[in-house]
Each structure stands twice: as structure tokens, then as C-alpha cells.
Design a protein around this ligand. Structure first.
Ligand SMILES: *[C@@H]1O[C@H](CO)[C@@H](O)[C@H](O)[C@H]1NC(C)=O
Ligand SMILES: *[C@@H]1O[C@H](CO)[C@@H](O)[C@H](O)[C@H]1NC(C)=O
Ligand SMILES: *[C@@H]1O[C@H](CO)[C@@H](O)[C@H](O)[C@H]1NC(C)=O
Ligand SMILES: *[C@@H]1O[C@H](CO)[C@@H](O)[C@H](O)[C@H]1NC(C)=O
Ligand SMILES: *[C@@H]1O[C@H](CO)[C@@H](O)[C@H](O)[C@H]1NC(C)=O
Ligand SMILES: *[C@@H]1O[C@H](CO)[C@@H](O)[C@H](O)[C@H]1NC(C)=O
Ligand SMILES: *[C@@H]1O[C@H](CO)[C@@H](O)[C@H](O)[C@H]1NC(C)=O
Length: 743
């Protein structure tokens, strides 16, 4: 059934075939026609287009330049979309009231029969086959190319049924078309005509047009306003592409040939509507990809794509955003976020650096201080004859002698705590200390002068070499302090001084015990004198320097005044030592300390034992102050009895006592040469002991030991120059030039 009137009304797109050329358009080509831009591959002048299919004509209409593709006016060209917008003609089918017949209006715009090599295709996406009317049935078909055949139907019974803007069958309809169409025919159905309803709907219209440009109005049905509004032509979109090859794959294989994408940074894009390809600039570039170097870098930073608090940097094809210090660019949200890691890192870094610097400075100071301290300690070490000692120690290997560090001794004495003090004297203070779980006596000098410094070194040298049961053993020393510290064996049972002079305790001590102690002390001193050549001289022999151990065995201590027999003349002058009452009168004159000086002092000790008297008394005439003078004058008068202690007289035989007195007298001889040697003194004492009535009595004072030693604060380490217990009124300052010694 042939219901459609075939008018031969068709639209055939464009006469010219696609005939690609490689010629680069000259700069003389016009790129503008009226207000419309004509970019290559299009051209309006000869040789200015890529191919014949892209040739446009620039015509003047109503005094205005307008580009045309054939009969179609070109509104604009998009390179990026590959589209051209043209004006298509509205076709009308109207009832002529005067003739009573249906008539056609509009322009047949097609030329050649369809040509698939044409660049153009009707955009299936943007165009719609649009029909307006209340009794319209229109066929659009493309039998030759795509075989398409579509119907456009629009009906209505009453205008009041129609709605503005709604084009969906009632008075208006829009129908999609397929891809690949470059040609179509239109036929109105003769049977479905407006002859009956011409009073409100005289014309039916049909056009293929850009859907976006159409908005239905009910007036379009009852009047010819549709044609009037658009002036007979409506926009329509054409897709154009290079149709000479099927797709980009093929096109890109022949880049030396007809490949149209000449620009660098351009790419090939498959045509979405039928075969062929288009060109496009790659991302970040814009311009004309069909021209050499037509794609220009886009300066994205011009429209500031980065966060407002960030920075933009344009680079080839793209851009980079960055953020300020301590912030991190988050591409996902296009924001600058505080970079916690970086911030922490930087903070930690700075902090760490400061710590390192402070640490370095701190360490430096500590090292400096340590060096300084070490230097000071070394200086002290030198001053105290440390090198001399070490030389000696080296030469005499196997010496049981330790050099302690200051820290060790501080630890051993609870930092020289007052509760540890055993005794105090002019020379220094003696502390009880614990070293290696053993009690020791630690002697620390209180006052320093050059002489005392030397004393310490000497004492150490002497004592470190001496190993005798009646001499206090020196365990070690510490030289790295201002005042040398000596570590002695701990001897705890007091001194001979206490035994003799301690608060009437002498009554309870057997004479034989005192005698034994004196003998042992004499053995010790004898050993000293014979130990080396020249002899070692004690220099300060007195009862308070004779210590007593657990078994009340004598231990000679305090070699502070000791010297190896001096070879230095100057030493004779400067070394004034010893204790008042014990001092060798010859030494006072010659200033020469000899082993016989010790013998003299020992004679005084014998006197103390015999008389129970102190070597010096404060009361009485000058002659009666010195025990030795009293004794010697008594001996001269053969009146020994007068000076002997009362308890002694009863205890021992007169033979022993006179022997002892004789020995003392010899010791106290004014002329040193006449005195016996210490060895002879010891031997004589040994002989005399055998005369004792209680030769075996040893510890007869043990029962009273508590009473004896508990009462007095003095210790075995008393090193008073005066030889008297600390704090007692008998304390005498040393005054060698005084009349106590002068004769
Ligand atoms: C060409 O590139 C632009 C921007 O990169 C894009 O908008 C456009 O859709 C592309 N054209 C085609 C045909 O792919
Ligand atoms: C539409 O109007 C134009 C002139 O504006 C005229 O040439 C054309 O024939 C009209 N078409 C119809 C269908 O009325
Ligand atoms: C109707 O037809 C007559 C005769 O052909 C013509 O003169 C007249 O203009 C037509 N009317 C319209 C409205 O087209
Ligand atoms: C209109 O259609 C009717 C049939 O529906 C037909 O009889 C009439 O001839 C047609 N008029 C014209 C002018 O074609
Ligand atoms: C259209 O409808 C209106 C009211 O809805 C009515 O008055 C009018 O007569 C109708 N016209 C036709 C042709 O049916
Ligand atoms: C490449 O292009 C040249 C020139 O246009 C043509 O002769 C040749 O056949 C093409 N080759 C391919 C593989 O398309
Ligand atoms: C282009 O089309 C061809 C064939 O249809 C296809 O093989 C190729 O992958 C397409 N290329 C792109 C970039 O889409």
C-alpha cells in the first residue's frame, strides 16, 4: 500500500567527495567568513581546505557574509567535537482552503545522490526527526545507504489537549535516527491530511534538527509560527571526519601519506558516526591538530586550577600544584592539607638537631671538665711524687700496693662522712673505710703545704716498701687529689699513749705488757733503720704513734715526718719535725735528723713507761716540765725511785727497772753518737723482758679493755703534733725554738 506521497524530497549531503591532500594551507587563506571561524581542514578559498569535502563557500546574503556548504548555511565548526552546525529547511504540508487541496512548502536542499565518501554524517546523537501537526504521518527513509525507514507521527483532537514543551506524540513528535546517515528522503502520507481540521491545524511540518534547539509550543500547531520563528530553517548537526580510512589504526600506519593529524601532541580519534577518524590535541594542549604545531600547550595555571593557598606550575601538557611549607597537596580533593608527617618530620628534625647540638655542647663541656679535672689530678699526682712512686713500684715488682681512685675512697668512706672519723690531728683526719669488704684506715691531710705534700710521698714510698709485723701496713694511696690520701691497714685497739696515760688505766696494765709493746716497737724501728741504706728515719717516735692491734701487738705508725736520710742540705733547714718532749736536742742544734734521733725519742717512751708521766708538763718550773730533764737529774742524783710510777715499783724487780732506766738514760744521751742503736735497744729490751716477773702475761688488760678504750675519743690514728689527745688542755703547739728544747 502506497500511503506516502513520494515527492522525491530528499536531503543528500554535499556534492563533493572526500579527496584528501597533504598540502599545507597557505597563510593567505581566509579563516573567517562573516562571524564564522573557518579552521583548517575547512577552507573557503581554493587550496585552503584539506579536501574538497571541506570546501565551503562564503556568500553574501542581505549584506552579510555567510559560509555555506552547498545549500546549507554553516553556523559554526567545532574541531574538537568534529561537528558542523548548519541550517536545515523546514518542510510543510498545508491545506489550501481556496483550492481545497494539500500543498508542499519548503526547500529541497539535496544535491547529488548519496556519497559515502563525504566527510559528513547526520549526527544521530544531537539531531531528532521532528514532526509537528495534529494529523501528520511522515516517512523518513534512506533505502540506499542504511536501509533505514522511520515514521514520524503527530496527532491531536483538541488544541486544549496540547502542552507546551512536551513533544511526545500529541501535536509534536521527535524520532531518533540511526548512525551513518548521509542522505534521507521524506514522504507525507496523503491519506493522513489536514483537510478536515484545517480550521485549527492547517499545516503539518517536518524537519531533521538539533534537538536542543527545539522547544515545542502549542502555537506551532494552530499557526505557522514554527516556520516564522526559525524563518524556514533550523539548526542541524553534522558529524564530519576523515572517511578515507576506516579507523585510526589504519590511519596511523600511514603517517607519511594522508594522515591528517599533523600536529605534534595530537592524536587520532575514531569517528563515532560511521567509519573514519578525527584528530584531537592530546591532553593539556589545544589548538588545531590538523596543522603542524597546531596543538599549543595549555597554560592551565591561567585559570588557577590549584588550591587558593597553593602554587601552580605549568609544564608541557599539564600542570603541577604545590603547597607551602609543611603542607601537602592532595590531588583527590585539590586541597592543601597540613602535612602531619612532614610537619612532624621537620619539627622532629629541628628538635633532633637542637638536641644533637645541645648534646654536643654538653658533652664537650663534660669532656673539657673531665680533661681539666684529669689535668688537675695529674698535677696533684706529680706534686705528690706519684711518678717517683710509680718508678719505685715498677722497679720493685710484686709490691702489694694499690693506687686507689678518688671515687673509690669517697665510696669507701661515705664521702668522708663525719661518723667515719677515727681521729683528727694537725696532720689530717683519719677515717674508717671499707674497701673490698675489709676495714681500712684512710688518712686524709687537712692542711697542705709543700712540706706536707712531700711528706706524703715519702711516707708512701717508705711504707709501701716495708713489710714488718710491727709496722702499720700501707695498703695503697690516692694521689689524684689535692691532698694525698693514704690507705692503711686497720689497727683498732688504740695507742700506747692511751695505755699509759688513759685515765688511771695504767694501774691495770701489767708492766710486762708495756714492756713487750715497747720491745715490739723497738723491733719495728730497728727494722726501719736497717731496712735501707741510708736508713729510714721515723722522725716522730712517740707513744701515740705506736698503735695496738687486736692482740695488743705494737704497730709503729705515722711516717709523716719520715724521710730517707736526707741528702739535700736545704732539707735540713726546712724540715722541722717531731713532737715536743720527744725531740732529739742534738737535732734541734744541727737540724740533722739521724737514726739516733729516733733512739732519743724512744728513750722518752721508755720514760713514760717507767714513770707513767707525760713527756711534757705544763705546770712547774722549767726544769720540771720536761720528763727527760726530770729523769736525767733524778738519775744523776741516783734517785730513780723518785720518778718511778708507784704501781710499777711493786710490779717488777728493781733489776729490770734499773736496766730499763739505764737503757733510757743511754737513749737520752745528749750526744747522738753515744746512744745505742735501735737494734741494741731492741736486744736490750728483749733481755730485760726475760727478767719480768710476769714474762708470759700478755692480755692482762683484756677484762678492762672496754673501760679502757670506750671512754676516750682518741684513736690509734691520733696524729697530733703535740702527741697529746685531741681537745685536751695539754695540747702544745710545736715551737722548736723555744726553751723546752734549748739547753
Ligand atoms: C578532543 O579533546 C577535547 C579536550 O581534550 C575533548 O573535550 C573532546 O571531546 C575531544 N574530542 C573527541 C572527538 O574526542
Ligand atoms: C516558511 O517561511 C519561509 C520564509 O520565511 C518560506 O519561504 C517557506 O515557504 C515557509 N515554509 C512553510 C512550510 O510555510
Ligand atoms: C491556494 O491556491 C491558489 C491557487 O493556486 C493560490 O493562488 C493561493 O495563494 C493559495 N493559497 C495559499 C494560502 O497558499
Ligand atoms: C484527505 O484524506 C481523505 C481520506 O482520509 C481523502 O479522501 C482526501 O482526498 C484527502 N484530501 C487531499 C487534499 O488529499
Ligand atoms: C475542544 O475542547 C473544548 C473544551 O475543552 C471545547 O469547547 C471545544 O468544542 C473542543 N473542540 C473540538 C474541535 O472538539
Ligand atoms: C598510504 O598512503 C599512500 C598515499 O596516500 C597510499 O598510496 C598508500 O596506499 C597508503 N598505504 C596504506 C597502507 O594505506
Ligand atoms: C578505532 O576503531 C577500530 C576499528 O573499529 C578499533 O580497532 C580501534 O581500537 C579503535 N581505536 C580507538 C582509539 O578507539
Amino acid at each position: 500500500m502506497q500511503v506516502f506521497l513520494q515527492l522525491g524530497l530528499g536531503l543528500v549531503l554535499l556534492a563533493s567527495q572526500y579527496a584528501p591532500g597533504t598540502a599545507v594551507p597557505s597563510s593567505g587563506c581566509r579563516r573567517q567568513c562573516g562571524t564564522v571561524e573557518i579552521p583548517y581542514p575547512f577552507g573557503i578559498d581554493p587550496g585552503c581546505s584539506l579536501a574538497e569535502g571541506f570546501d565551503l563557500s562564503c556568500k553574501v546574503q542581505d549584506g552579510v557574509q555567510k559560509p555555506f556548504k552547498g545549500a546549507f548555511e554553516v553556523l559554526d565548526i567545532s574541531l574538537t567535537e568534529g561537528t558542523t552546525r548548519v541550517l536545515n529547511y523546514i518542510l510543510g504540508y498545508c491545506y489550501n482552503t481556496s483550492t481545497g487541496s494539500m500543498e508542499y512548502f519548503g526547500r529541497y536542499a539535496g544535491f547529488n545522490e548519496g556519497d559515502p565518501s563525504s566527510p559528513y554524517r547526520f549526527s544521530d546523537v544531537q539531531n531528532k526527526f521532528t514532526v509537528i501537526g495534529c494529523n501528520a504521518l511522515i516517512l523518513i527513509y534512506d533505502f540506499d545507504a542504511t536501509g533505514y525507514q522511520g515514521l514520524g507521527v503527530a496527532t491531536c483532537r483538541n488544541l486544549s489537549d496540547l502542552v507546551d514543551g512536551s513533544c511526545s506524540g500529541m501535536g509534536c513528535s521527535q524520532t531518533a535516527i540511526p548512525k551513518r546517515m548521509y542522505y534521507y528522503d521524506i514522504a507525507f502520507s496523503e491519506i493522513v491530511n489536514t483537510s478536515e481540521i484545517w480550521e485549527f491545524n492547517r499545516c503539518s511540518y517536518v524537519v531533521l534538527m538539533e534537538a536542543a534547539a527545539f522547544k515545542f509550543s502549542t502555537a506551532y500547531v494552530s499557526t505557522n509560527k514554527f516556520n516564522e520563528t526559525y524563518d524556514g530553517r533550523v539548526p542541524m548537526i553534522l558529524d564530519w571526519a576523515m572517511r578515507d580510512v576506516k579507523s585510526c589504526d589504519v590511519a596511523e600506519q600511514n603517517k607519511t601519506g594522508t594522515y591528517a593529524c599533523l600536529s605534534s601532541n595530537s592524536k587520532c580519534v575514531n569517528s563515532t558516526n560511521d567509519q573514519g577518524y578525527m584528530c584531537n590535541c592530546t591532553n593539556g594542549y589545544e589548538g588545531n591538530p590538523y596543522l603542524r604545531d597546531g596543538c599549543k600547550d595549555v597554560n592551565e595555571c591561567n585559570h588557577n586550577p590549584c588550591p587558593s593557598d597553593g602554587f601552580c606550575r605549568n609544564i608541557g601538557g599539564e600542570y603541577q600544584c604545590s603547597c607551602g611549607l609543611g603542607k601537602k597537596y592532595i590531588q583527590k580533593s585539590n586541597t592543601c592539607n597540613t602535612n602531619i608527617v612532614l610537619t612532624i618530620g621537620v619539627t622532629m628534625g629541628i628538635f633532633g638537631l637542637m638536641v644533637i647540638i645541645m648534646f654536643t655542647v654538653f658533652c664537650g663541656q663534660i669532656i673539657m671538665q673531665k680533661r681539666k679535672l684529669k689535668k688537675v689530678k695529674q698535677e696533684y699526682f706529680h706534686q705528690h711524687g706519684g711518678l717517683l712512686l710509680f718508678d719505685k713500684m715498677k722497679s720493685e715488682k710484686g709490691l702489694a700496693f694499690n693506687v686507689f681512685s678518688e671515687a673509690e675512697l669517697i665510696h669507701a668512706t661515705d664521702n668522708f662522712d663525719n661518723s667515719r672519723i677515727l681521729g683528727k690531728g694537725g696532720h689530717g683526719t683519719v677515717y674508717k673505710g671499707i674497701l673490698k669488704n675489709m676495714p681500712v684506715a684512710i688518712k686524709r691531710c687537712a692542711v697542705v703545704d709543700e712540706r706536707q705534700k712531700k711528706e706524703f710521698g715519702q711516707e708512701m714510698l717508705i711504707l709501701s716498701q716495708i713489710n714488718h709485723k710491727n709496722i702499720v701496713k700501707l695498703l695503697g694511696c690516692c694521689l689524684e687529689v689535692e691532698v694525698p690520701i693514704l690507705v692503711y691497714e686497720f689497727v683498732l685497739n688504740g695507742t700506747l699513749f692511751e695505755l699509759i696515760h688513759g685515765r688511771n688505766q695504767a694501774l691495770q696494765i701489767s708492766f710486762s705488757t708495756l714492756l713487750r709493746i715497747a720491745h715490739e716497737a723497738a723491733e719495728g724501728l730497728s727494722f726501719l733503720h736497717s731496712y735501707a741504706s741510708p736508713p729510714i728515719i721515723h722522725g716522730d717516735v712517740k707513744t701515740s704513734n705506736i698503735l695496738l692491734d687486736d692482740n695488743y701487738m705494737a704497730k709503729v705508725s705515722d711516717f709523716g715526718a719520715s724521710i730517707l736520710a736526707p741528702s739535700d742540705k736545704e732539707q735540713f733547714v726546712t724540715m722541722v719535725q717531731g713532737t715536743c718532749g720527744y725531740l732529739d736536742p742534738e737535732y734541734m742544734q744541727t737540724c740533722q735528723l739521724t737514726d739516733k734521733s729516733d733512739v732519743y725519742s724512744f728513750g722518752v717512751i721508755l720514760l713514760e713507761i717507767l714513770t707513767g708521766q707525760l713527756p711534757l708538763k705544763l705546770e712547774g718550773s722549767e726544769k720540771q716540765r720536761s720528763l727527760s730533764l726530770i729523769f736525767l737529774s733524778a738519775m744523776k742524783e741516783n734517785n730513780l725511785d723518785a720518778v718511778l710510777a708507784s704501781h710499777v715499783k711493786g710490779q717488777e724487780s728493781m733489776e729490770l727497772l734499773t736496766g730499763l732506766a739505764d737503757l733510757a738514760k743511754k737513749c737520752l744521751d745528749m750526744c747522738g753518737e753515744n746512744r745505742p742503736s735501735m737494734k741494741e735497744v731492741a736486744d736490750e729490751l728483749n733481755r730485760l723482758r726475760k727478767l719480768s716477773v710476769h714474762p708470759w702475761a700478755r692480755l692482762d688488760i683484756e677484762t678492762n679493755a672496754e673501760n679502757l678504750l670506750g671512754g676516750e675519743s682518741t684513736s690509734g690514728y691520733e696524729i697530733e703534733l703535740s702527741g697529746y689527745p685531741t681537745g685536751e688542755s695539754e695540747d702544745l703547739p710545736i715551737n722548736p725554738g723555744s726553751s723546752y728544747y734549748a739547753r
